[in-house]
Design a protein. Structure first.
Length: 350
């Protein structure tokens, strides 16, 4: 069965069918989101949205910011887990935290996070001797943690409250609950599969050894905590009335986030917003839109600005160190990687 699946995937890759299908799916999602947004926002009063933003209390914004910070802190363990899994115990937490924070915040905003986030990771990790294959493995394992967490949250949330998902996908409640149980069963099967014996994916130097059962449970736990903090931030900024409950907001939020991710649009712009407005139809649109705008400021724009500043400072610091080292040695700059110079002088900071 596994060999058949591998052959099918190999055939689809050779014919570029997966790539073409992905493009079609992205365009379709964006087109539907634009249509929905046009019909939902054409009656929106911009003045009421501004007034709704003013009515949000500072303590709500501060609490939401705290949850966002907690979410990004949890997110740093995606990379720490991945780097340790490929056997690089010499890379300190501060480096994996920097790579995770900057790659995700830039990837979320620029779009096509697989490529943009991977480029940021490579720039940081290559200074510690990780090559392109190592970074690709880190990206894969970090992404696996993300998807396992999403599967767990969606499965549990939709199984408990399938009406929340039905508001977005417009499918019968019973079918959404059935899909939720299928997700949870699939998750359990995967955990059992990696628990029985070591498993690997890929070929040759690209082979990635998957985390075993206990570590997979840790992956799922990290993903759940991360998504819970993010959903709490949105819940705090959402209108108080009607009180639909945290589970409903969490299911709609995670579904909207995944749709935005699948669209590859920067920050899920348009797609995330349309899904939230459709999923939380009970809430006042102006007030919900106000909360979503503040959430974007806290979760997307602020981390993006901080990431650009951090990466700029890092490049300036590394450039200064290399210049000083060249002056000490009295030699002309040579086309070696900056990490070589840093390590030759015994400096492990980066």
């Amino acid at each position: 069965m596994l060999e058949t699946i591998r052959r099918a995937i190999s055939f689809l890759r050779q014919k570029q069918i997966l790539h073409k299908l992905g493009v079609v799916v992205s365009i379709t999602i964006i087109a539907i989101a634009c249509y929905v947004l046009y019909h939902m926002l054409r009656t929106i009063d911009a003045g009421e949205v501004v007034e709704a933003i003013r009515r949000i209390e500072p303590r709500q914004v501060a609490l939401a910011a705290l949850f966002v910070a907690a979410g990004y802190f949890t997110l740093t363990f995606y990379d720490l887990f991945a780097v340790r899994t490929i056997g690089r115990t010499d890379v300190p937490y501060r480096i994996t935290a920097l790579a995770a924070f900057t790659s995700y915040s830039i990837g979320h905003n620029v779009g096509a996070s697989v490529f943009t986030g991977g480029a940021v990771r490579y720039r940081i990790y290559s200074a510690w001797g990780l090559n392109a294959i190592d970074v690709a493995k880190v990206c894969f394992l970090a992404g696996l943690t993300f998807w396992l967490g999403n599967a767990a949250v969606l499965g549990l949330g939709i199984a408990y409250h399938p009406e929340a998902a039905a508001a977005i996908d417009q499918l019968p409640v019973w079918l959404n609950r059935l899909a939720a149980f299928a997700i949870l069963i699939g998750l359990a099967v995967y955990v059992a599969w990696v628990w029985i014996q070591p498993r690997g994916v890929g070929r040759g130097p690209w082979t990635v050894t998957l985390p075993g059962g206990p570590l997979t449970l840790l992956q799922i736990g990290i993903g759940i905590v991360d998504l819970t903090f993010c959903a709490l931030a949105m819940y705090v900024l959402a209108p108080d009335q009607p009180d639909v409950g945290f589970i409903v907001v969490a299911v709609v939020f995670v579904s909207a986030t995944l749709l935005g991710f699948a669209s590859h649009s920067p920050g899920g712009l348009g797609v995330f917003d349309a899904a939230m407005l459709v999923g939380l139809w009970q809430m006042d649109r102006e007030e919900l839109l106000a909360g979503m705008l503040l959430f974007r400021l806290l979760y997307y724009i602020t981390p993006f600005v901080l990431s650009v500043i951090l990466l700029t400072l890092r490049e300036v610091i590394l450039g200064t160190r290399l210049k000083r080292l060249n002056l000490k040695t009295g030699s002309d700059p040579v086309p070696k990687h900056e990490a070589v110079y840093v390590r030759e002088r015994g400096d492990t900071g980066a």
